[in-house]
Design a protein around this ligand. Structure first.
Ligand code: ATP
Ligand code: MG
Length: 290
């Protein structure tokens, strides 16, 4: 029997802190080190899906959550051999409402993941910017939480609510939920403010802060519009190098060596019906300064 996947939820109810960028590029970094990886887009905005060029997916995470299909039928391939994706779209807004009346509504994702959990080494979940029912499902299904924090003045605001929510989930739903760590994103360590914020976060969270900082890097913000993770868009960029380093740190904390397991064969074809792919342009020429 294979060891079931580590399920890593990327969570922060604050918007725009780098959750999706982190989920998309961490998942790609795990995959290039030949770890069978599944990325789940749990945000109705569908940003993690469009970052892989998947728009209007059918079937998608919504269908698996409400039980209209099994999870493995919603899994699709990506440009990376070791990375699969369960995509999302606006339909998922409906799930927020429909799940409210579902039985054991916080466990829908955990239940749906049961049929794929043995087939991957790591499952990464990109959460929406709220602590609503979708994020509760992610926290209930997860083994560990990774919190991206943007290096800005209000970085710590709201974090107490997030850690309280994790505590509640631990006591009622998922006693094994761990904090994998906090990653500082969009860091510009030339700025005094960013350095002060970093010092403050480290004072609060000590060793839980990953040594790897994700720098502000324009290539990271460009890559999604080309439907690619940073590793396929500009492998030499500072953003790509940082996410590769973060992936190794996460794996070391989780205590998982690459096992050589390959991802499973899929039911959904690369260009399955109902999926629109975004045209992929050539990378832009400009490098990020500094
Ligand atoms: P939401 O809460 O809306 O889901 P999010 O927390 O998922 O947002 P992202 O979408 O990852 O945040 O990032 C917000 C914006 O910042 C995006 O435009 C993204 O391209 C950009 N961004 C994220 N990380 C970086 C970085 N390290 N350098 C430059 N731009 C970045
Ligand atoms: Mg996002």
């Amino acid at each position: 029997m294979q060891r079931p996947a580590t399920v890593l939820a990327v969570v922060n109810q604050k918007g725009g802190v780098g959750k999706t960028t982190t989920a998309v590029n961490l998942a790609a970094s795990f995959a290039v080190s030949e770890r069978a990886t599944l990325l789940i887009d749990l945000d109705p905005q569908g940003n993690a899906s469009s970052a892989y060029g998947v728009l209007n997916p059918q079937p998608q995470i919504y269908d698996a959550l409400i039980g209209d299909c099994v999870m493995k039928d919603a899994v699709r391939p990506t440009q990376l051999e070791y990375l699969h994706l369960v995509a999302s779209g606006p339909d998922l807004v409906g799930a927020e409402i429909e799940l409210v009346s579902a039985e054991a509504r916080e466990r829908c994702l955990e239940r749906a993941l049961a049929d794929v959990r043995d087939q991957y080494e790591i499952i990464v979940i990109d959460c929406p910017p709220s602590l609503g029912i979708l994020t509760l499902n992610a926290l209930t299904a997860a083994s560990a939480v990774l919190i991206p924090l943007q290096c800005e003045y209000y970085a710590l605001e709201g974090l107490a609510r997030l850690t309280d929510t994790m505590e509640l989930v631990r006591s009622r739903l998922n006693p094994d939920l761990a904090l994998s760590g906090i990653v500082l994103t969009m860091a510009d360590l030339r700025s005094n403010l960013a350095r002060q914020v970093e010092a403050e976060v480290c004072r609060h969270f000590g060793e839980q802060v990953f040594a790897t900082r994700i720098p502000r890097n324009v290539r990271l913000s460009e890559a999604p519009s080309h439907g690619k993770p940073i590793l396929l868009y500009d492998v030499h960029s500072k953003g790509a190098i940082a996410y590769l380093a973060l992936a190794e740190e996460v794996m070391a904390r989780i205590g998982r060596q690459a096992s050589g397991r390959r991802p499973p064969a899929l039911a959904v074809a690369a260009d399955g019906a109902g999926n629109e792919s975004r045209p992929h342009d050539e990378p832009a020429e400009q490098e990020d300064a500094g």
